[in-house]
Design a protein around this ligand. Structure first.
Ligand code: C2E
Ligand code: MG
Ligand code: MG
Length: 571
């Protein structure tokens, strides 16, 4: 009896131990966020453990029920899934597979482990089911982001470059050509500034969607950056080449893009084209060549397409060289100022002089401001250069005033970038005060390019300058958008009629009519007129006759060094 009791206690203790272990395993399974299917082939038994009922709304009592799991999965996964789950087809170790639920309940992963006896017969099998929807979605998002631009759903720059690289290899093997078109929306900034960033983004999406329509088997496209798109055509053919695509783009942009708020936008584009292998041998170089040509289109007036050729690259490289040299020169102030006299037309008395910058590079080459000022405006050097011009010209002018008791006016050219700096007015006034010059003797020359920026702000600054007595002159009139009507709104003292008018004023009656109306108009507004680039006596006589107030040009005086000007002042 004692023996029996002892055996009973032992069994109880073992049972308790077993229940405790079972409890522990059940808890682990519950906590793991997975569902488990356990098969015992020896006992022909099947058990579901863990979160099974959260994934499937049925239990599995029999091995035949396993088919219900397959039925819930997408058709294409059924066969391999059965293969994994049917034991006899499983290999040793762990096999896994990912399946999508038919009813859109997401993704499940199935992992199996099989246990074999000494003879290699399967004994048990455990299938772990896990909901992988979140990981799968994140993974898909990552893959999408790695290939596509989220704004336009075109390829992104990186993936486009990778594709282009692969196509270049193919083109090398097959001795074919790849054309790359870089397309930039002209004046996109105006849309963004004028209509708001949301409208700008929508326009980029609409244009991107149109670019996507142009893609096909051998044509792929990307959103390169901001308002720039790129199309590559592998092995262009008669019905699919740059000209064809260009035609389609022109046809599309002839119509407006209509935004969701019903506003419509008309755009133009500048397109640069470069071809592999002619222009470059790597994807980035090829895109770069097309970009350089696209910028050429911009500076040649926008709304056009140009093809890459070697001379464009040479010019570009020269500009880079110039750019570097210019930075160096700006750092050391390796510039000189020349002064060109201006005269009253009536009595030919000296009215004043215009300071004109000169740059001699280290090889003693004289580089024209027409060449280097635009580069300085782009690379930011115009700020130190412009500051130097202001300080140096006013300092020199103050010296002449002191020495020769002259009473002329000093005109200083101010670039738009310089004018738009917030501290421009203050720093100019500071220099004027520093050299004790009467502000009325200083005249700044601005061009119409200044007015493209925030018009009201530009006008406010002009008013402040004039309230301090500084004079304002509008330079190169006739070369920009030159509307006579806006002159009324401009607080200026002087208007400089561009040399291009003076060149043809005697030979072309239309130019004569315009020149005469400009002079009459400004006279009625109390603004003085100066004719620029007067080279011939006949031009002078004509300008005198029609009432042009002042003359500047080689006929009466070329730009001269400070020493030469001193000679003029002394005499
Ligand atoms: P601009 O202000 O219109 O200056 C007049 C230009 O016409 C000067 O060219 C002058 O030398 C030239 N010129 C004057 N009379 C005649 C003539 O009778 N015949 C011919 N063929 N040319 C004449 P320059 O000195 O080469 O300057 C070119 C432009 O560079 C200037 O045009 C101005 O826009 C810019 N610039 C010059 N100096 C500066 C400066 O210090 N700062 C800034 N921002 N721009 C400057
Ligand atoms: Mg000028
Ligand atoms: Mg001018």
């Amino acid at each position: 009896m004692n023996e029996l009791n002892y055996q009973m206690d032992l069994l109880k203790a073992m049972n308790q131990k077993l229940t405790a272990k079972e409890k522990m395993y059940t808890m682990i399974c519950e906590a793991s966020n997975c569902a488990y299917l356990y098969f015992s082939f020896e006992k022909n038994q099947i058990v579901t453990i863990g979160r099974w009922r959260e994934f499937f709304d049925f239990d599995i009592a029999d091995i035949k029920d396993v088919n219900r799991v397959f039925d819930e999965m997408e058709e294409e996964y059924t066969v391999p899934l059965r293969d994994v789950i049917f034991l006899e087809k499983s290999g040793k170790g762990i096999s896994a597979m990912e399946c999508k639920h038919k009813d859109g309940k997401g993704w499940y992963s199935f992992r199996t482990t099989v246990d074999y006896d000494n003879l290699g017969n399967p004994q048990d099998k455990l299938i772990v089911v896990e909901n992988t929807t979140r990981i799968k979605t994140q993974h898909e998002e990552l893959i999408y982001m790695a290939h596509y631009d989220t704004m336009t759903s075109l390829y992104n720059r990186n993936y486009f470059v990778t594709l282009l690289h692969d196509y270049m290899k193919k083109a090398e093997r097959e001795r074919s050509v790849i054309s790359v078109m870089v397309i930039d929306i002209d004046d996109f900034k105006k849309v963004n500034d004028g209509m708001g960033m949301l409208a700008g983004d929508e326009l980029l999406q609409l244009f991107g969607a149109f670019i996507k329509e142009l893609t096909r088997e051998n044509v792929f496209a990307c959103h390169l950056n901001n308002d720039v798109y790129c199309i590559a055509i592998y092995d262009p053919s008669i019905d699919c080449n740059v000209e064809q695509i260009h035609k389609m783009i022109r046809r599309r942009i002839a119509d407006e893009f209509v935004l969701s708020n019903k506003q419509s936008v008309k755009i133009s584009v500048s397109i640069g084209v470069a071809e592999y292998p002619e222009a470059a041998s790597t994807p980035l170089e090829l895109i770069n060549c097309a970009e350089i040509v696209m910028y050429r289109c911009k500076s040649a007036g926008k709304n056009m397409m140009k093809y890459f050729d070697a001379s464009i690259l040479n010019d570009f490289l020269k500009n880079i060289e110039l750019d570097n040299k210019l930075r160096e020169a700006a750092f050391h102030n390796n510039f000189e100022l020349y002064y060109q006299p201006q005269f009253y037309t009536g009595n030919k008395k000296l009215r004043g002089m215009e300071a004109l910058i000169r740059w001699k590079d280290e090889d003693n080459n004289m580089i024209s401001p027409n060449v280097f000022i635009p580069i300085a405006e782009k690379n930011g050097c115009i700020i130190p250069i412009g500051d130097w011009v202001i300080e140096e010209s006013i300092r020199t002018f103050a010296g002449w005033r002191e020495k020769y008791k002259t009473s002329g006016i000093l005109s200083i050219n101010i670039s738009a970038v310089q004018y738009n700096k917030t501290d421009f007015v203050d720093s100019l006034l500071l220099v004027i005060r520093k050299y004790h010059v009467d502000p009325g003797m200083i005249e700044i020359e601005i061009t119409e390019s200044v007015l493209i920026e925030d018009f009201d702000n530009v006008i406010d600054k002009l008013k402040i300058l004039r309230s301090h007595g500084v004079r304002v002159s509008l330079d190169d009139f006739g070369t920009g958008f030159s509307s006579l009507s806006y002159l009324k709104k401009l607080p200026i003292d002087t208007l400089k009629i561009d040399k291009s008018f003076i060149d043809t004023v005697l030979s072309d009656s239309a130019t004569r009519i315009i020149t005469e109306s400009i002079i009459n108009m400004v006279k009625s507004l109390g603004i003085e007129s100066i004719a620029e680039g007067v080279e011939e006596q006949a031009q002078y006589d004509y300008l005198h006759a029609i009432g042009c107030d002042m003359i500047q040009g080689y006929l009466l005086g070329k730009p001269q060094t400070a020493e030469e000007i001193e000679g003029l002042l002394n005499g």
